[in-house]
Design a binder for this molecule. Structure first.
Ligand SMILES: Nc1nc(=O)c2c([nH]1)NC[C@@H]1CN(c3ccc(C(=O)N[C@@H](CCC(=O)O)C(=O)O)cc3)CN21
Ligand SMILES: CC(C)C(=O)C(=O)O
Ligand SMILES: [Mg+2]
Length: 278
């Protein structure tokens, strides 16, 4: 398993960091086998796995449940778990308790929190308690209600300046990496140069130190809206659809199962049972 120190070294040496989200045992297993550097159990699971319209209804228990499965599937990969909406904005001691519970029950390597400002003390508190924290700036899905939807962030010089400053603040607070979501590529380049810790981009261009994509987006698994910044490297949904349609047709037509997929009783046992009549 890679460590935060190794991620720093990868940045120094210009080796890209590959991150993918995973939400269950098989997804984690495939990801580890493919050799990704980090897995994120994202609260995006609320949308792509649980069918909610946003990430706002995902709970700490949801995150723990899925993260445990991911750890079982990827025992040797660095796992980051999202703290969900509302779980880190109360009293900072309460947040630490929640964070400790998430770490202990899931055996994750780090937790991720969205934003700067009020979240800076949280990053400090968790880091001081020994919990590695990944920060998340730019488009903050947990604040979409306030930001006015899933919109690109940091397009004006003023917004960009605030984001650069926030990035420096989360680094100072102790963050071990920072996710940059949906910002102009030029801003990603500036932030990545200014920081010592690695930047992981999503919709943030090529200059981030690493990239992250949602499992179901990059594999096109599901019929959800796929954001513009995604490249789909496979079309798993088409295969799933084809497979289930074919199965349905086979059962209806009586072509499945055949003797090949059946269990057979020996002839003498059958004679015993029916007196030789089938
Ligand atoms: N399936 C999925 N993929 C994600 O990357 C993702 C989630 N869900 N849920 C949580 C957040 C929300 N994210 C999103 C979702 C949609 C857009 C999107 O549609 N953006 C518009 C551009 C908006 C603008 O014009 O500013 C697009 O056309 O891509 C962006 C980020 C990223 N995260
Ligand atoms: C989009 C990524 C960075 C995330 O936070 C998630 O998947 O929840
Ligand atoms: Mg998230």
């Amino acid at each position: 398993m890679k460590t935060t120190a190794q991620f720093l070294k990868m940045k120094e040496q210009g080796e890209k960091i590959v991150m993918i989200t995973a939400y269950d045992y098989p997804g984690a297993k495939f990801s580890e086998a493919a050799g990704v550097d980090m897995i994120l159990v994202g609260d995006s699971l609320g949308m792509v796995v649980l069918g909610y319209e946003s990430t706002m209804r995902v709970t700490v228990d949801d995150m723990i449940h899925h993260s445990k499965a991911v750890r079982r599937g990827a025992p040797d990969t660095f796992i980051v778990v999202d703290m969900p909406f509302g779980s880190y904005h109360g009293d900072v001691n309460e947040t630490l308790k929640t964070a400790v519970q998430m770490m202990q029950l899931t055996n994750a390597n780090a937790l991720k929190v969205e934003g700067a400002d009020d979240v800076i003390p949280v990053i400090k508190k968790l880091t001081d308690a020994g919990i590695p924290v990944v920060a998340h700036l730019g488009l903050l899905p947990q604040s979409a209600g306030v930001l006015g939807g899933y919109k690109v962030q940091g397009k004006t010089s003023e917004q960009a300046e605030k984001l650069i400053n926030d990035a420096l603040l989360v680094e100072q607070a102790g963050a071990c990496a920072v996710v940059l979501e949906c910002i102009p590529h030029q801003l990603t380049e500036i932030v990545s140069e200014k920081l010592t810790i690695p930047t992981i981009g999503i919709g943030a261009g090529a200059k981030a130190d690493g990239q992250v994509l949602v499992f179901h987006d990059l594999l096109q698994y599901g019929n959800h809206h796929i954001p513009k910044f995604v490249e789909s490297f496979a079309h798993v949904g088409d295969e799933v659809e084809r497979g289930i349609i074919t199965y349905t047709q086979a059962v209806k037509a009586g072509t499945f199962p055949t003797l090949q997929q059946s269990f057979t009783m020996k002839e003498d046992e059958l004679i015993e049972l029916y007196g030789g009549v089938k």
